[in-house]
Design a protein around this ligand. Structure first.
Ligand code: GRF
Length: 250
């Protein structure tokens, strides 16, 4: 399964690690990644156990052992760097990152956030979405840039709010969808299809994307109102074959 086309990945977690599990399961199937290490700032994180169970190197790096955020991020960066990852995946890593850390892994670091970004950056997204009376909530996979929860969004899952929802019920339904969108976005990155440029613009193959793709409840892929055929393929020009009215720079 692991060959030279398999991308080396380091996953950062703080808690349960259910998104990590989705990536572990994906890698055991056909996801072209090799998870070299899982690192948690919380030594008791369940996700470390998930990693060990899968035979993946599991490291705890407790932020409480460091005098400053800068010192912690420097140690974290060195630890991650030793595994020479092509991609760093933040999967419920509950830390604000220093600019130096972000710069080190810029363009090869993805995060998943439980809202339809740019809505509801930060914490307590499910409660805030309910309080705002949103009819639809969801999750976003995005590149990590210097501003928290702000980098270009690659893929989103929309999750309708249901009558009787409370933050826990809504969070559970969103989390299930996270497990579908994160491996998909990681697959695209590992295949070399995704990148951000120095102006934080998002490129999919040779196309500049000004809005994220969307995965619906039936795992169908959309770009705006255009349904994309799956599995996704780029044409000879490195394009998605999207309607030129919805994509710039074709
Ligand atoms: C997810 O909701 C993710 O969007 C957020 O933190 C949570 C992590 O859950 N960033 P898990 O640890 O992957 O189960």
């Amino acid at each position: 399964m692991y060959d030279e086309r398999t991308m080396r990945v380091v996953v950062l977690i703080s808690g349960s690690g259910s998104n990590l599990q989705a990536l572990i399961d994906g890698a055991a199937a056909d996801l072209p990644i090799r998870i070299r290490a899982v690192v948690s700032n919380e030594p008791s994180a369940l996700g470390l156990e998930r990693a060990r169970r899968a035979g993946i190197e599991a490291r705890a790096l407790n932020h409480r052992d460091y005098p400053s955020r800068e010192a912690y991020d420097a140690a974290l960066g060195a630890l991650i760097g030793a595994f020479e990852p092509g991609l760093v995946v933040l999967a419920g890593f509950m830390r604000i990152l220093t600019p130096a850390f972000v710069a080190r892994f810029r363009g090869r670091m993805l995060n998943i956030h439980p809202s339809l970004l740019p809505e509801f950056r930060g914490l307590h997204t499910h409660r805030r979405a309910l309080e705002a009376g949103e009819p639809v909530h969801g999750a976003s996979v995005h590149f990590v840039t210097e501003v928290l929860d702000d980098g270009p969004v690659v893929l989103q899952a929309r999750v309708p709010v249901e009558p009787g929802d409370d933050p826990e019920k809504l969070a559970a339904r969103v989390l299930k969808r996270e497990h579908h969108i994160y491996p998909e976005a990681v697959r695209w990155f590992a295949q070399g299809w995704l990148r951000i440029d120095e102006d934080d613009r998002l490129w999919f193959g040779s196309q500049l994307l000004l809005q994220p793709l969307g995965l619906d409840a039936d795992d169908r892929l959309w770009f705006g109102s255009q349904l994309l055929s799956q599995p996704l393929r780029l044409d000879a020009a490195g394009k998605l074959g999207l309607d030129s009215r919805v994509v710039l720079n074709m």
